[in-house]
Design a protein around this ligand. Structure first.
Ligand SMILES: C[S@@+](CC[C@H](N)C(=O)[O-])C[C@H]1O[C@@H](n2cnc3c(N)ncnc32)[C@H](O)[C@@H]1O
Length: 473
């Protein structure tokens, strides 16, 4: 019996050895089958990517209050996202990630251009060397390094504000908020910075460089380059050639209104301000009016904040990576001074982040003046923009809206309607808008450049429609 018992035990132990082996074999067969199954493969890759991607590192329940960068927890029902005085922390983080990758990604792009030239035969390469083509590529690399100094300033200054404006909840003490501390830290770390708990919390640069392997999946460097160009367009002396005609038209119409405002409480609203020179100039020129802008793009909004708070000049080489249509590499690499030292926050200027179509105005105003510059053709549905303007009379208990516009009608992303100017004027008439002034600028000498490279062999110019119309509820 004993002998038999021993035999049975052996059976049990063989069985228990066999079971994991069986499971392993089944799993191996299953995996080898699934590996050939494409949807499964992409699911695994996307899960792993999601786990390690820097884009997913922050929590989407946190917001910053625009203008102050003070952080707040969002409610779980998401209703805060409709309050357009808030900017999602994720939006800020992703914009900073894009900026932070400018240096690495631009250098990679340049090295592709170099590799293409190096793949030519030795005779061609030697001729390219003789005409200093490779020196130019090297200079482009250096220009990217210089642009990157400016880009890093934008990142660092934004993070510094995030830390400084939240000091009361970040430092040890009664108001300390560990969740906000962790969120700020999570934003800083992948960007190469850190914060440490203490009596005063300061932003510190991390010693080890941020790993290139943590580049985000969906970086849009074209947008980064374009937003740097917007800083040059809005704030450099050279680009007054583009900006002044726009400002001149708006202020020529505003001046007449302004003299009649007397003690009226007036709101000037600028949807889609880009990096914000136009609202800044309007706030400066019309101190009795409250000026508010509302910008949809995370990057543009952040660069507008940067322009208003940096208080030092910066330099940008906006065309460094444009190899086509150049007469000379000196043109391609030229540097523009962007004198932000004379730009500052103004007490009557409030910049918001969000979609103009969702704007809400909580104060009462006697008059609202809407100023749109290169904006109306961004609409998927221009009627929605007009609806939004008319609804402002309800929000702000205002009887009268003035709308001053200057810009082209080059409809952008997937428009549902693309009106001619004549159709637009007919539409405004049937909706009770009274046209007060119209100028059509489609003559050669009245065309307006927009981020145009004036030394390039390819230069884009726009014809614009300028009008001032009035809506009485
Ligand atoms: C062509 S740019 C013009 C920028 C600025 N007005 C200028 O003249 O430099 C249009 C701007 O409108 C913004 N935008 C587009 N749709 C918007 C919307 N629904 N609400 C707010 N901003 C919007 C874009 O992000 C962009 O910054």
């Amino acid at each position: 019996m004993e002998h038999i018992a021993i035999k049975e035990n052996n059976n049990v132990s063989t069985q228990s050895n066999f079971l994991p082996l069986l499971i392993l074999t089944i799993l191996t067969i299953l995996m080898s089958f699934l590996r050939k199954y494409k949807p499964f493969n992409s699911w695994i890759v996307s899960r792993v990517n999601q786990m390690i991607s820097p884009e997913t590192m922050t929590n989407d329940q946190y917001y910053i209050i625009t203008n102050t960068f003070k952080m707040v927890h969002g409610p779980t029902n998401g209703s805060l996202s409709h309050n357009r005085q808030l900017f999602p922390l994720n939006g800020l983080y992703n914009a900073l990630l894009n900026l932070n990758e400018y240096g690495v990604r631009s250098k990679r792009q340049n090295s592709i251009i170099l590799q293409r030239a190096l793949s030519l035969n030795s005779e061609f390469k030697s001729q390219l060397k003789d005409i200093e083509y490779f020196d130019k590529l090297n200079d482009v690399d250096l220009a990217v390094v210089e642009n990157n100094i400016t880009v890093k300033k934008i990142v660092e200054s934004t993070l510094t504000r995030l830390v400084d404006d939240n000091q009361s909840v970040l430092r040890e003490g009664d108001n300390y908020d560990s969740a906000i501390f962790e969120q700020v830290k999570m934003v800083c770390e992948p960007l190469g910075y850190t914060i440490q708990a203490g009596n005063t919390v300061q932003l510190k640069r991390k010693k080890e460089p941020t790993m290139n392997s943590l580049l985000s999946k969906s970086s849009n460097q074209a947008r980064v380059v374009e937003s740097l160009q917007h800083l040059v367009r809005d704030y450099s002396k050279e680009y007054e050639i583009e900006l002044n005609p726009l400002l001149d038209y708006v202020t020529s119409q505003m001046d007449d209104l302004y003299t009649n405002f007397q003690d009226d409480k007036v709101l000037i609203l600028v949807p889609g301000p880009g990096v914000g020179r136009i609202p800044f100039e309007l706030a400066k020129k019309y101190p009795k009016c409250q000026v508010e802008s509302i910008e949809l793009s995370n990057l543009m909004y952040l660069l507008n904040e940067f322009a208003l708070t940096h208080q030092e000049d910066i330099t940008i080489r906006p065309f460094a990576q444009y190899f086509s249509s150049q007469l000379d590499s000196g043109d391609q690499l030229r540097e523009f001074n962007v004198p932000l030292s004379c730009i500052r926050k103004l007490p009557n200027l409030n910049i918001r982040h969000g979609d103009f179509r969702n704007i809400s105005i909580n104060e009462k105003y006697d008059r609202i003046v809407i100023v749109t510059v290169y904006f109306i053709d961004t609409a998927e549905n221009i009627l929605e923009y007009i609806d939004t303007m008319e609804k402002l009379t309800k929000f702000a208990h205002t009887k009268q809206i003035n709308w001053i516009n200057i810009g082209p009608l080059k409809y952008g992303t997937k428009p549902n309607v693309q009106l001619t100017f004549n159709e637009l004027t007919k539409l405004l008439a049937i909706r009770n808008w009274k046209m007060k002034h119209v100028v059509i600028n489609n003559d050669g000498n009245k065309l307006n450049g927009y981020l145009t490279d004036y030394k390039s062999l390819y230069q884009g110019y726009y014809g614009t429609v300028a009008f001032h119309t009035e809506y009485i509820d």
